[in-house]
Design a protein around this ligand. Structure first.
Ligand code: ZN
Length: 187
């Protein structure tokens, strides 16, 4: 941030009184612009023991397969965000079943949340951000072409849990050493 989003004055970057972190502060209107992690919400959409994946039509990771997911919007819940992203990216109408993975990605200031979801019908297709969509059996998942580490981890858990027929909620972190897998760096 260079300019105050309230008044347009150039902002300063310093620790406010009583705080212990650097913030963007407007010396004109005195607004402190707090920045906090963003939530990415998505689903593992299932139809008859197959998992629906989308092939990305946007960077980063153009052409790679992903679970439908995206940034949460204001005024929605995480499960609403997950279902909306699934409809937008994969044209699939889902029933949200249960929270499945919560993965913190602190070096990019994000939290990724995936829900298990059941497709209401076999219908799916490529939304604006997808090249194509396809149902994969666990054995068919294109592991070499998966978009992001949070998607990979969620799919790995899910394939294991399908065999066990038990889907516990899994909370974990993906930290800095794996940065090359996040899609933020070049190929
Ligand atoms: Zn200002």
């Amino acid at each position: 941030m260079k300019y105050c989003s309230s008044c347009g004055h150039p902002v300063e970057h310093r620790v406010p009184a009583g705080d212990n972190r650097h913030r963007h502060i407007c010396p004109s209107c005195k607004t402190i612009h707090y920045q906090n992690p963003r939530i990415v919400a998505g689903t593992v959409p299932v139809w008859q023991n197959q998992i629906l994946l989308c092939r990305r039509a946007i960077e980063p990771r153009y052409g790679y397969w992903t679970l439908p997911a995206g940034f949460m919007e204001n005024a929605e819940t995480t499960d609403e965000a997950a279902a909306r992203e699934t409809l937008e990216e994969a044209l699939a109408d889902v029933i949200i079943e249960q929270l499945y993975t919560v993965i913190h990605v602190p070096h990019i200031d994000q939290v990724h949340i995936f829900y298990r979801a059941t497709m209401k019908s076999a219908e799916h297709g490529a939304g604006e951000e997808s090249l194509e969509t396809r149902l994969f059996s666990p054995a068919e998942i294109p592991w070499d072409e998966i978009s992001f580490p949070t998607v990979r981890r969620t799919l790995e858990h899910f394939v294991d849990d399908m065999e066990q027929r038990s889907f516990p909620v899994r909370v974990s972190d993906i930290r800095h050493p794996l940065r090359e897998e996040t899609g933020k760096t070049s190929e």
